[in-house]
Design a binder for this molecule. Sequence first.
Ligand code: NAP
Ligand code: ZN
Ligand code: ZN
Length: 350
Amino acid sequence: MTIARAYAAFNPKDPLRPHTVERRDPGPSDVEIDILFCGICHSDVHQVRDEWGGSMYPMVPGHEIVGRVTRVGASVTRLKAGDLAGVGCMVDSCRTCESCARDLEQFCQKGAAYTYNGTEMDRKTPTHGGYSTAVVVDEAFVLGVPESLDPAGAAPLLCAGITTYSPLRQWNCSKGDRVGVVGLGGLGHMAVKLAASMGAEVTMLSTSRAKEADAKRLGASGFALTSEDATFTKLAGHFDLIVNTISAPHDYNRYLGLLRPQGTMVLVGAPPQPIPVSAFSLIFGNKRLAGSLIGGIAETQEMLDYCGAHGIVSDVEIIPADKVNEAYERMLKGDVRYRFVIDIASLKGA
Ligand code: NAP
Ligand code: ZN
Ligand code: ZN
């Protein structure tokens, strides 16, 4: 057993503060990782503040983890000490149920072991995430990160990257498709980069005029302000696919009006409150409203390899761990360009 330094939430209200967690010695199939960088996802804020219910404390958040392998168990074959490795939102699953057999571990029928704010599959040992100096994870849930990618920029791929890559693939994003991305934050900026790399014609739908130039730089050919009513008439019936990343309650019906007949809006943003959808928003145009949760392990590796081949990483603002509370406040104001990433070296000092 080793002790890792960490940053943790102790209740939904107080700021995160320094903490320590125990990490097991690597078992035969385990990989021990010295964490270099961990991204800050909006889901960290939802869970730290118990907005989705059921949060467990102390909570060490963080599921966008990149580091170097330090030790591996005797039966580990895919990774060795020194490799660049990643851990995303899951650290284990039952591996035998129908979902696991279909590479959809996020829907494990026994409940996946989430990287933090959850338990290992023994349903007793709490899991703790990447706002910490080290982690030990079974090889089956450790991803290989291409050495060509900047490790800080690669960290957000483990959640923001896969969460946007997976629905783009599921809904067959292809050359010439008109794709709308709603909300230019961590997920949104990855959705723009990935959809543009797949040849789509991407329009950014944002509340922030100040983000227009960035949207274009990231790969969007169009930009529209969702705070202006005219946007919803100008772009009515325009999109094949909309990836909606908004983290707060808003009217889905307005965005469904922007779809072409048979178009799809995929929700990845997860506001806690239920939101009414009119049947007519879907019936007129045979439209689909869908959801998408991260991605399975095989698809996450596929996404990392795709990003390696296309040179795609996240645009990051690197911060020391003691700025995490400030970063949460800035993210809540939409003031993030476009992912905060904790430099874990800041936790390793004397
Ligand atoms: P983020 O960086 O905070 O980005 C969210 C963006 O949504 C903001 O930058 C803002 O963009 C827009 N927005 C925020 N409040 C809004 C409001 N009231 N009305 C309209 N637009 C608003 O967050 P993120 O890390 O990308 O996460 C986004 C959501 O996805 C969160 O709910 C998170 O929990 C969820 N998530 C889901 C999954 C999944 O598997 N489905 C995985 C990860 C995260 P503009 O400034 O451009 O308007
Ligand atoms: Zn996340
Ligand atoms: Zn399973």
